[in-house]
Structure formats: structure tokens, C-alpha cells
Design a protein around this ligand. Sequence first.
Ligand code: PRT
Ligand code: ZN
Length: 283
Amino acid sequence: MIRIAIQTKGRLNEESIKMLSSIDIDIDNNKRKFLSKAANYPAEVLYLRDDDIPHVVESGTAQLGIVGLNEVAEKGCNVEIVCKLGFGGCRISLAIPKGDEYTGVEYFNGKRIATSYPAILQKFLNENNIDARIEVITGSVEIAPAAEIADAIFDIVSSGGTLVSNGLKEVERVFESEAVLIANKDLAAQEKEILDEILFRIESEKISQRKKYILMNIPSENLQKALQILPAMRSPTVLPLAAEGWCSLHSVVGADELWDKVKQLKAIGAEGILVLSLDKIIL
Ligand code: PRT
Ligand code: ZN
């Protein structure tokens, strides 16, 4: 059995449950529960505030956690960052009143900066030899300049809309973040085995997201040309059709090259082209 800490509510909750479900670990996302067992896997989910997840994984109360990289960096916990999960993308940036002229990072010398991420900010200031005062605020950091609590802010930015609506402009992107899977550093052998299985499933899922299954009918005389356009994992599947002079060709292509391949295949007479999403690719 492995215990996975995820956010109770907030921006990462639903995506975390969705990600677990995509690798066939089904959790009942009942937010009144503190612990929830997977119906079909030796795992249970522990619901917590995101701030608590790095520490709970470091201490071993949960063996795994799903949390923003920003929280892991801020808390400075000794956990393994196993893999990035491709959701919850954001950055932590320095922002100043939009009317102020910004000439470079020296702007912040002698300034007061409001943030919920003092450790990440202090590291950046030290690296740039900036002497600024950090005002720690939890929540609504963006109102600090207007409220005259600070001259600038260091906060999470996603679309940038919050900054604009508070009369601020982003001037330094300091830290790039997304949701990550973290693990305790002293997993027992059996827990390590479960983590390896989870990682294998995540990888299969990631590969399948980048690929499409494509099938079509092609005149047999152009089969060789089609095979050059469509190199598959080993080689494409070719099946004869009842209609003389035609065959059916099945293959897997990268999602990013799909339309280019379709154009080339149509040019050599491919017909009835079907494109399907893939659930998993097990290599
Ligand atoms: O209750 P709990 O402590 O668990 O939740 P929380 O309120 O601390 O965190 P939550 O749910 O807001 O965010 C959880 C994680 O989501 C963060 O730690 C980030 O890793 C990630 N994330 C991704 C974001 C955003 N995008 C985001 N846009 N976290 C916060 N924001 C906020 C930001 O603070 C600012 O107020 O959204 C605003 C900016 O958004 P834009 O789109 O206007 O730029
Ligand atoms: Zn939080």
C-alpha cells in the first residue's frame, strides 16, 4: 500500500484526481474524507493543504505527493522530485506598479516586496546582490502596492490577468513551476515497486498523448510510398481489402506531424482516413 498526498481543494485537486484516474488509479474524490482508498490499486489518497504536502512526504506520513514545484522549492524539503506532471503550470514573478520605469533588477534595492514565497525570493535577491525588504503575506499579495504595504510583489502569475487588473506589470520571471510527483527518499522495497509501476503508467500515458492512431485505404501501387511517409513503432500494419488493387494501412504517428502526414497521404491517393486517440502505449 502506498499513500499519496494531494491538495484537498484548489487548483491542483481535480487535475491530480484526473491524472491518477488516467493511469487507472480511481479515487472517490469526496472532499469530506481525509483519506480515500483506490478501488482498484494498492494506494490511498491523503487530502491536505498544498503547503503541508512537501513536509508530509519528507517525514514519510505519505510516501508520494502531488504538489506545485513552487511549494517544494519554498519549503526546502528533502524529497525526491520524481517527475513533472504537465499541469498547474505557472511562474513566480516580480511585478511593480505599471507606471514605474524598470531599468533592471537594481530597481529592487531598498524596496519592500510582498510575497508568500520568501525563501525563493531571498535566494533570487542574494544571487543578484539586491538588498530589499521582504514582507510576508499569505493571500491577496497583488493588493499590497495599492494598500501601501509594499512597493512591489513577488507572486504566482499564470495568464497575467490578476497583475493587469491590479495596475501592476511583470518585470522578472524568477521561477517556473508545474505540478510534480514527489517521493519520500527512504521508500521500502515494496513501496518502491509500486512507485515504479506508477511511473511506468505515467510514461505510457504521456507517450499516448503525443501520438495518434491513423488508418486509411490506399491503392496497392502506392503502398511503398505510403510506408515511407508512415514509419510506425516497428512497421505499419497492412491488410488486404476486398476491392482489388487496394489495401488498408494502420499506423501510429506523432500528433504534431499528423496534418502534414495526412496531406502527403492524400496526395498519393489515400482515402477513408480515420484518426483515433490512443489510451495507452506500452513500449
Ligand atoms: O488551500 P491550499 O493552501 O491548498 O491552496 P492555495 O490557495 O495555497 O493554492 P491554489 O489552489 O491557489 O494553488 C495551488 C498551486 O497551483 C500553486 O501552488 C501553483 O503551483 C499552482 N498554480 C497554477 C497557481 C496558479 N496557476 C495561479 N494562477 N496558483 C495560484 N495562482 C493564483 C496566483 O496566486 C494569483 O493570485 O492566480 C492568480 C494569478 O493568475 P493569473 O492567471 O491572473 O495570472
Ligand atoms: Zn497553499
